[in-house]
Design a protein around this ligand. Structure first.
Ligand SMILES: Nc1ncnc2c1ncn2[C@@H]1O[C@H](COP(=O)(O)OP(=O)(O)OP(=O)(O)O)[C@@H](O)[C@H]1O
Length: 395
């Protein structure tokens, strides 16, 4: 059983003073992921490396790997066999057993890559490489050495303990959450916005979220679905403050006073305004949506321009150039797809026109919004005053 893991991270953004911040955030997120796992662990930073020691006798390996794979910034997880220092002969023996246990087909090439971090160890790295390599060659006649492009790179690290590893399980990459500020995700119950949240979190951005519902037109179950999606996104992003906004009154007013082919676009503009208001109060530096060019009428480039016009904060749309299949693939990978396709109503789909405008004209939209001028400010304030805040932890 592996008793330790080496966490490899991408080098981008970790130069100079940033390195400490980057590593601290990574350790924090690793600890958050391990809280969801059975067993006791210790996370250590030593000279540019991050290790996880398994302290308990028992733990669930698969569960641990699954959770570590959600930590943004991790480029690879290496499960390591941990040895006590019982002399060099014992090390060679253990390396041979490691190869035997991990590679049933010995018709492969390998290279030993030793690193002697503890300088008082009596055998130098080059000598470890040569001697361990020789023992492996003696033990398995079919195996060959390839120093340029080996099938198996056998790492040996000599520290307080000695570690042997060769397996690298890919992590999500990117940057640890908490190293790049915070943004407000407009989270609906669909496929795209959870993917958008994940993609921005992966760049190190902490996520808050806002969900607009329209009771009684949208149900408690539709809201619960969004909370469930937030729990899944929180596996990657850390805890999410989810602001639930009652949008019914505003939607009804738009429905009553504005042309029906412009409903969605006008609604979206008020959603963005409210989201931006909450974002500014909560120190978010941008908004995030799941929009993708041309996907629906409200996402033509003309519609996006009209929606965008109400925002002063930058709006991040990481799905913008992806087609639906590509977004679906990411949602399957991050585990949100099954929840996203549950058939609950969304406020945008209830108040939808048969033939929505695809090329809205900003001046015309603004003129029609004038119809709301007597009531909209109060309504927006009420929506903000009655928000429900849910702190969503990762599932
Ligand atoms: N009820 C809502 N609450 C919060 N944000 C919403 C809501 N409805 C839409 N949005 C935001 O607007 C974007 C576009 O919504 P729309 O319904 O047009 O698209 P969609 O392709 O179905 O997106 P999604 O799959 O994310 O629901 C969403 O990705 C989301 O960011």
């Amino acid at each position: 059983m592996y008793k330790a893991f080496l966490i490899k991270y991408a080098e981008i953004g970790v130069k100079g003073k940033n390195r400490d911040l980057f590593e601290e955030a990574l350790v924090r997120q690793i600890k958050y992921a391990l809280k969801r796992c059975e067993g006791e662990f210790r996370v250590r930073r030593t000279r540019g490396r991050i290790y996880i020691d398994v302290l308990s006798d028992d733990y669930d390996y698969e569960e641990t790997i699954d959770n570590l794979k959600t930590v943004c910034g991790v480029s690879a997880i290496c499960p390591m066999v941990q040895l006590e220092d019982e002399g060099f002969d014992k090390l060679c023996e253990s390396a041979v057993s490691y190869m035997d246990e991990h590679y049933s087909d010995k018709n492969i090439t390998f290279k030993v890559n030793a690193r002697r971090a503890r300088k008082n160890y009596p055998v130098e790295s080059m000598e470890i490489n040569a001697s361990v390599g020789e023992k492996i060659l003696q033990a398995f006649p079919e195996i060959r050495v390839d120093v340029h492009n080996p099938d198996v790179m056998l790492y040996i690290e000599v520290r307080e303990h000695i570690y042997i590893y060769s397996i690298e399980i890919p992590g999500p990459g990117g940057m640890p959450v908490g190293t790049n500020g915070k943004a407000m995700l407009l989270l609906s119950g669909g496929i795209d916005s959870p993917v958008a949240g994940f993609m921005v979190a992966k760049r190190g951005v902490k996520i808050d979220a806002v969900y607009f519902h329209a009771p009684p037109y949208t149900s408690e179950r539709a809201k619960q679905k969004v909370v469930d999606l937030a729990k899944l996104v929180a596996r990657y992003s850390g805890p999410i403050y989810l602001h639930v906004i009652n949008f019914t009154e505003i939607q009804l007013a738009i429905y009553e006073k504005c042309p029906h082919d412009e409903l969605t676009i006008i609604m979206r503009r008020y959603m963005m305004k409210i989201a931006e208001d909450i974002a500014k109060k909560t120190e978010c530096l941008g908004l995030i949506t799941g929009e993708s060019i041309g996907q629906v009428a409200s996402q033509t480039i003309q519609s996006l321009a009209v929606t965008n016009e109400v925002c002063t904060l930058p709006v991040f749309r990481p799905c913008i150039g992806l087609d639906k299949q590509e977004i679906v693939e990411i949602s399957e990978k991050i585990g949100t797809y099954e929840t996203s396709i549950l058939p609950f109503e969304d406020c945008c789909t209830i108040f939808v026109a048969k033939h929505p405008v695809t090329k809205p004209n900003l001046a015309v939209i603004k003129r029609h919004e004038e119809n709301l001028k007597d009531c909209i400010d109060e309504m927006m304030q009420r929506a903000l005053d009655t928000e429900e805040l849910i702190v969503v932890e990762a599932q």
